[in-house]
Design a protein around this ligand. Structure first.
Ligand SMILES: [Zn+2]
Length: 283
């Protein structure tokens, strides 16, 4: 009998934690469960509320400022009277600047970029490659529909200074034909790959095609992928009235740098226009 009592007692002791655990799950407080255990009641240390910090003031949550929007303009894009053959900057007396993107379109990057620009009412200029235009006609159609300008950046992105005039013509014609096939619009300006074009070439291209050669005065070297903040800082430190900013929508880091960079430029009072508008403003 004594043996049986001991066994029962031991069984109860063994099962006590199980009862406690089950009780804890069933009851909102474990206080009662602890009392039901055969174990001696634990010594409970009362929990002290955390003391109120002194000199702590209410801090308003950060609210994201609304995106700045580029002012709408009805500026002329007519550069037919222009006689200047090369441009790397527009009018230094006005706060108009041109954002240019080379070597696209590339579906993912360019689509994202167009969304960012649309949100800010910014019109840019895209120096597209003919073979990429042929592969992405809907993207270049969208560019034109949203007020952007397309420029001739050749078909293969070869170095034009190493080519015969016949080959250069072929590069420019193929690009122009692809843009016209996709959009019905002819490019008005050209940008040579690597900025490489001799004075002689610039002259005959201007006479034959009417294309001024468009270079730049702000080059953040985004194609070296130095990181978003470096691209942004370089652009902000170099941009001035009339600047032509060179970027490449070929690289995702360049596109990633666009929102904070253009927002900072808008805050500085710059207004974005297309390259043709910038030239027309400089007559
Ligand atoms: Zn290029």
């Amino acid at each position: 009998m004594a043996y049986k009592v001991t066994m029962r007692f031991n069984l109860l002791r063994a099962l006590a934690p199980v009862f406690t655990a089950v009780s804890c799950t069933l009851l909102s407080s474990c206080g009662l469960a602890v009392m039901m255990s055969s174990d001696p009641a634990p010594v409970l240390t009362p929990v002290q509320p955390a003391p109120l910090a002194k000199n702590v003031q209410y801090v308003a949550p950060t609210i994201k400022a609304p995106t700045l929007v580029n002012p709408s303009s009805s500026l002329s894009s007519d550069i037919s009277g222009n006689t200047q053959i090369s441009w790397s900057r527009g009018n230094p007396n006005q706060k108009y600047i041109a954002l240019t993107f080379d070597d696209g379109p590339v579906t993912s990057n360019t689509t994202r970029l167009l969304d960012m620009l649309k949100r800010r009412n910014i019109k840019a200029t895209f120096y597209v490659l003919g073979n990429r235009v042929q592969n992405n006609p809907s993207l270049v159609k969208r560019m034109v529909a949203e007020g952007h300008e397309l420029g001739n950046h050749t078909w293969t992105h070869g170095k034009l200074t190493n080519m015969s005039d016949t080959k250069v013509r072929w590069e420019l014609d193929k690009n122009r034909d692809a843009i016209v096939a996709a959009t019905g619009i002819k490019p008005r300006t050209m940008r040579p790959p690597y900025g490489a074009l001799s004075t002689r070439q610039r002259n005959w291209i201007f006479k034959e095609y009417g294309y001024p050669t468009i270079l730049w005065d702000v080059d953040p070297e985004d194609w070296k992928k130095p990181g978003i903040s470096v691209v942004k800082d370089r652009i902000l430190s170099k941009t001035r009235n009339g600047s032509i900013i060179l970027l490449h929508d070929l690289h995702s880091v360049s596109v990633d740098a666009v929102p904070s960079t253009v927002d900072a430029l808008l805050r500085k009072g710059y207004k974005f226009v297309t390259v043709s508008q910038l030239i027309a403003l400089s007559k």
